[in-house]
Design a binder for this molecule. Structure first.
Ligand SMILES: *[C@@H]1O[C@H](CO)[C@@H](O)[C@H](O)[C@H]1NC(C)=O
Ligand SMILES: *[C@@H]1O[C@H](CO)[C@@H](O)[C@H](O)[C@H]1NC(C)=O
Ligand SMILES: *[C@@H]1O[C@H](CO)[C@@H](O)[C@H](O)[C@H]1NC(C)=O
Ligand SMILES: *[C@@H]1O[C@H](CO)[C@@H](O)[C@H](O)[C@H]1NC(C)=O
Length: 495
C-alpha cells in the first residue's frame, strides 16, 4: 500500500516537473500576468505547424484552377486538414475534461481559442509537444472620440446636405439623390455609374461591429442570411445586428442607398468581431476572415467558398506602438486570394509614425483621410510604418464631416462623421466598381491602378516623415493622393 502511494507521489511530482519545464516559453508572460489577477481567461493556443509552411504547396496545386470558388476551397480544405491533424489531441482532451467554454478550432491560422480557461488547463495544454504558444486573446478598442465624431442631437432631414455641391453638379443629380454624401461626388463616382459601373453583381464584405439591418441605407442591399451573408461568432444569431453602430456607418459609404455609397448596386455581407465592451477581438476577427474566404450559414456550417466577397472593408486598427502581430500569419493566407482588402490607417495623426495595424502592412491598402477641400486631415495617422521602410498610408479618401447612417441604432442620419473609418469603405467601394468592370484584377493590379488614379491633396504644414518629404508623391501623409473613381475605372483594362 505504502509503495503505491509513494509511486503516485512521484508520478505527480514528475508530472508537475514536466509541465513547468515544457511550458517554459509556451505560456506568454501576458497570460501569466493575467492569471495573477483572474482565475479564468480567454486564451489562444497556437500550434507548431504553421499554415505558411504549406502555402507554396497549395498555390502550386491551385495554379491551373480557374474557378475562384474552387481555388478558395482548396486553400481552406488544405488548411483545415493541417489544423485537424495538429489539433486532434487538444480537442479530444478539452472534450473529455469538459472544461473551458466556447472552444473554436481555427483553420486559417491553425489555432484553437478557448473561452474561460484556467491556469491548470493552460498548463496541461502547454505540455503537449504540438503546441507552440498560448497567449491571452488580444483585443483592442477604437477610440470613439477620435474615430467618428458624433453629436447625439443631430438628426438630418434628407436632403439638406448641399454644402459640398458646386455648380458642376446638376439639378438632375441632386433630385436623383434624396440623401447623399458629398464625398461620393468628390471622387466622381456618379460619372462612373453613368458608364454602367455601380457595383451590380459584386458582393462586398465588411468586418466590424455588425450591421443595423433596419436602417434604410443598408437594408435593400443585404445579400441575405440564407445566402450566407451574416456571421456573428459571439451570439451566432440569424439576423444582422450592430453592437456599436460603427459597422452601419461604414457600410453606408460603400453600398449605401440615396447616393451615400460609392457602389450602390453592390450586395453586402457582414461579420461581427466586436464584443459587448466594444472591443475588437483577435479570435473573432480570424473567424470573420474564415467566414469571408469560405462563407457558411449563420451557424458556421456548410461552407461554400464560391460565395466569397470580392472586397473586404476593415475600419479598425490597433493604436500606434501595438504591432498587430497577430495579423502576420493570417496575412500570408489572405494574399493568396483574389479578394481585395482595405484597412483604416488610424486617427492618430498628424505625428509621423502614428499608423495603426494592419493597414500599415505592405500587403494591405491602408487608407488615410482628406477634407472636402482636398487637404490632408490632420487626424489621419501618418507614416512611415514602424520599421521605417514603408510609406503609409497608401491612399486617402475624403470623409471629413460626411453624412452617414446614424452612429446609434435607428434610422436617422448624421452629417458630421469624420475619420479614416469612413474613408476606408469609400476606397472599398471604388474597388467594387473596378472589379465589376474586370473581375480578373489581382491584388497587385488593383493597387497599381488605384495608386495611379489619384488626385492631389494639399498638406498645410509640410514636413518630412521618415525620409520622405511631404511634397513628394507618395508621401507619409496622403500616400499616392486622393482616390478617384472615374480615373480608376478609365485605367481598368477591359477583361
Ligand atoms: C467643382 O467641382 C469640380 C469637381 O470636383 C471642380 O473641378 C471644380 O473646380 C469645382 N468648382 C468650383 C467653383 O469649386
Ligand atoms: C455555392 O454557392 C453558389 C452560389 O454562389 C451556388 O451556385 C452553388 O450551388 C453552391 N454550392 C453548394 C454546394 O451549395
Ligand atoms: C515608431 O514608433 C514605435 C513606437 O510606437 C517605435 O518602436 C519605432 O521604432 C518607431 N519607428 C520609426 C521608424 O521611428
Ligand atoms: C498610370 O496611368 C496613366 C494614364 O492615366 C498611364 O499612362 C500610365 O502608364 C500608368 N502608369 C502605371 C504605372 O500604371
Amino acid at each position: 500500500m505504502d509503495y503505491v502511494v509513494f509511486d503516485l507521489v512521484i508520478v505527480i511530482a514528475l508530472l508537475q516537473y514536466t509541465n513547468i519545464q515544457s511550458s517554459n516559453g509556451v505560456i506568454s508572460d501576458q497570460l501569466k500576468i493575467a492569471f495573477e489577477k483572474e482565475k479564468i481567461t480567454d486564451v489562444m493556443v497556437t500550434f507548431k505547424h504553421r499554415p505558411s509552411e504549406i502555402l507554396s504547396k497549395i498555390s502550386l496545386q491551385t495554379k491551373s484552377v480557374t474557378d475562384r470558388g474552387e481555388k478558395l476551397r482548396i486553400l481552406s480544405d488544405e488548411l483545415e486538414i493541417l489544423a485537424k491533424s495538429s489539433q486532434i489531441n487538444i480537442l479530444k482532451k478539452l472534450k473529455e475534461k469538459n472544461v473551458g467554454s466556447r472552444i473554436r478550432s481555427l483553420w486559417i491560422t491553425n489555432q484553437v481559442s478557448i473561452g474561460g480557461a484556467s491556469l491548470d488547463l493552460v498548463t496541461s495544454i502547454a505540455a503537449l509537444p504540438e503546441v507552440l504558444k498560448i497567449d491571452k486573446i488580444y483585443s483592442f478598442k477604437l477610440e470613439p472620440d477620435q474615430d467618428i465624431q458624433k453629436k447625439d442631437d443631430v438628426h438630418v432631414e434628407p436632403p439638406n446636405n448641399k454644402m459640398a455641391y458646386n455648380d458642376t453638379i446638376s439639378d438632375k443629380e441632386i433630385t436623383q439623390a434624396s440623401v447623399y454624401s458629398w464625398a461620393v461626388w468628390k471622387i466622381q463616382a456618379p460619372e462612373v455609374w453613368e458608364m454602367g459601373y455601380d457595383g451590380q453583381g459584386v458582393v462586398v464584405g465588411i468586418i466590424d461591429s455588425g450591421i443595423s439591418l433596419t436602417h434604410d441605407v443598408v437594408y435593400d442591399s443585404f445579400i441575405g442570411t440564407d445566402e450566407y451573408g451574416w456571421f456573428d461568432p459571439n451570439k451566432m444569431g440569424e439576423v444582422p445586428r450592430d453592437i456599436t453602430g460603427h459597422g452601419t456607418v461604414c457600410l453606408g459609404h460603400m453600398t449605401g442607398k440615396y447616393g451615400m455609397g460609392v457602389a450602390p448596386s453592390a450586395k453586402w455581407m457582414a461579420c461581427n468581431c466586436v464584443d459587448d465592451g466594444w472591443r475588437y477581438r483577435e479570435d473573432w476577427v480570424l473567424e470573420c476572415f474564415q467566414f469571408m474566404l469560405c462563407p457558411t450559414d449563420h451557424m458556421g456550417n456548410n461552407k461554400n467558398c464560391s460565395r466569397a466577397p470580392r472586397v473586404i472593408s476593415n475600419s479598425y486598427n490597433t493604436v500606434p506602438g501595438e504591432s498587430g502581430e497577430f495579423f502576420r500569419e493570417i496575412t500570408k493566407v489572405l494574399v493568396e486570394t483574389d479578394i481585395h482588402y482595405v484597412f483604416s490607417i488610424g486617427n492618430f495623426g498628424s505625428f509621423c509614425n502614428s499608423t495603426g495595424s494592419p493597414g500599415n502592412f505592405e500587403e494591405f491598402i491602408g487608407v488615410g483621410l482628406t477634407t472636402i477641400y482636398d487637404e490632408y486631415q490632420t487626424l489621419s495617422s501618418a507614416g512611415p510604418d514602424p520599421t521605417g521602410k514603408l510609406i503609409k498610408p497608401d491612399i486617402c479618401a475624403p470623409a471629413d464631416m460626411v453624412m452617414s447612417a446614424h452612429y446609434e441604432f435607428g434610422n436617422d442620419f448624421i452629417d458630421i462623421a469624420t475619420g479614416t473609418s469612413l474613408s476606408t469603405p469609400i476606397v472599398g467601394g471604388v474597388i467594387a466598381l473596378m472589379v465589376q468592370k474586370n473581375s480578373k484584377l489581382s491584388q497587385k493590379d488593383v493597387k497599381k491602378i488605384l495608386f495611379n488614379s489619384t488626385t492631389l491633396a494639399v498638406i498645410d504644414e509640410p514636413k518630412i516623415c521618415g525620409d520622405t518629404p511631404d511634397d513628394q508623391i507618395p508621401n507619409n501623409r496622403i500616400g499616392w493622393g486622393v482616390v478617384n473613381a472615374l480615373k480608376a475605372i478609365l485605367n481598368v483594362p477591359e477583361p
